[in-house]
Write a protein that binds this ligand. Structure first.
Ligand code: ATP
Ligand code: MG
Length: 320
């Protein structure tokens, strides 16, 4: 069983990334052959700053290692270390109906947030399909927001196989259906490119400031607070024990507690949860060569894993 997932270095990694993908993906290390990559080609669709890209790649690598990725068990690499993925993306483009991409929510959401409607942003799901198909992944751990892109991947794999013969493994998604998309501090999907994140390993003071800035309604202190749709509850649920959650919810329902103390309570549970990962992150940061070494080794393994499928695909279309 091969498990693969990627993350864009479009900013610093956040709670949504952790609970949506990283935690589950990293657990697969125990059971299968795991591939993780830092999707630097993808990040170029929203990030136009070369220094930021270099820094974010490093930070994403450290974050993954701090969250428990074990480079001895998982293949961990940069997407651009295997540039054949772009060529495969082109081959897949030839069987991609435009309408399929036009229906993708993620593209529409990003335009609505003011991100430039470039061809690369539009074609993002095709490159994502190439990422998955090149490495013959059976299973792809992702957050709920990527469900549609996984469907595109499956469609393209099937269409290519029907057109040119059986080249690709048709992958399945590994989504935690019980886990809704994790909201950011403004109540929208938490996203690196939306500026609404709670970063796993960012500045602690800024983290506190952002938790205290989580959008809430204007219910007066004395009144019961709405629980359904509350960002505070959605986040608290992730980092608390059932008993703690019950108390948190009943204190909201009772009224008499303002949002500021509720946010402080959330902050303390978030910090408790993140403490061991943050400690590990600081240890890893003190080893300057580590990230480069891990990613170089991962690139070698990834190239070797990609080669047979790449050859099959080229042969199937007549390039070989
Ligand atoms: P960008 O804004 O640049 O798209 P992002 O924060 O959405 O960045 P991605 O790199 O696109 O992060 O996604 C990496 C993984 O994290 C994917 O599996 C995605 O489903 C998951 N993920 C991202 N945001 C969330 C969220 N808010 N809730 C749950 N999972 C998420
Ligand atoms: Mg995203």
């Amino acid at each position: 069983m091969r498990i693969l997932s990627g993350i864009q270095p479009s900013g610093f990694l956040h709670l949504g990334n952790f609970f949506g993908m990283m935690q589950r993906g990293i657990r697969w290390q125990e059971k299968g052959e795991v591939f993780f990559f830092i999707a630097d080609f993808h990040a170029l669709t929203t990030l136009g700053d070369p220094e930021a890209l270099r820094r974010n790649v490093r930070e994403a690598a450290l974050a993954f290692l701090a969250c428990g990725l074990d480079p001895k068990r998982a293949v961990f690499f940069r997407q651009s270390a295997v540039p054949e993925v772009l060529e495969l993306s082109w081959l897949l483009s030839t069987v991609t109906p435009i309408g399929l991409l036009e229906r993708c929510h993620s593209y529409k959401d990003k335009l609505a947030k003011g991100i430039a409607p470039t061809h690369a942003l539009f074609a993002y799901p095709v490159l994502m399909a190439a990422d998955i198909l090149l490495y013959r992944a059976d299973l792809v751990p992702v957050g709920t927001d990527q469900k549609q892109h996984l469907e595109v991947t499956r469609d393209l794999a099937v269409k290519f196989n029907q057109t040119f013969g059986p080249v690709f493994v048709v992958p399945k998604e590994d989504i935690d259906e019980g886990l809704a998309t994790i909201p950011g501090i403004d109540g929208q999907k938490m996203s690196k490119s939306y500026g609404n994140t709670l970063e796993l390993f960012g500045d602690r003071e800024e983290f506190r400031r952002r938790v205290m800035a989580i959008r809430t309604d204007s219910t007066p202190v004395g009144e019961p607070k709405p629980v359904a749709g509350s960002v505070l509850v959605s986040l608290y649920r992730l980092v608390s024990e059932p008993q703690e959650l019950e108390e948190f919810i009943s204190s909201m329902r009772r009224g008499g507690v303002g949002y500021a103390p509720l946010k402080k309570e959330l902050l303390s549970k978030l910090e408790r949860f993140l403490a061991p990962f943050r400690e590990r992150y600081e240890e890893l940061r003190a080893k300057p060569q580590l990230v480069d070494e891990v990613l170089e080794e991962g690139a070698r393994s990834a190239r070797a894993a990609a080669a047979p499928t790449w050859e099959l695909a080229r042969r199937a279309v007549g390039l070989l």
